[in-house]
Ligand binder design. Sequence first.
Ligand SMILES: [Zn+2]
Length: 98
Amino acid sequence: MVRNLSRRRLASGQPIDCAGMARHISAFLDGELDHATAAAIVAHLDLCRDCPPEAAAVAALRSALRELGTPPSSSMQRLRAWIETATGAAPAGGPEPG
Ligand SMILES: [Zn+2]
């Protein structure tokens, strides 16, 4: 439902479309966007019927991941080993075992 978008266009920013929402929603939820972009996202959420449930799902997933916390180091070592095997290359920047 974006047919009213032109009436809601912000004076200082460009209106945002669904693709733009997908690009910016993480930064929006992190509070990392400038005021104009954040306002454009809020305006789009007001007008679009598809993006609010998507945004809510992303927010819920991020919240659930936060509650899980950081995986134990043994899990991270197994993950790095699996990546190394799957890609045939050592992961960059990881601490060397030993
Ligand atoms: Zn949308």
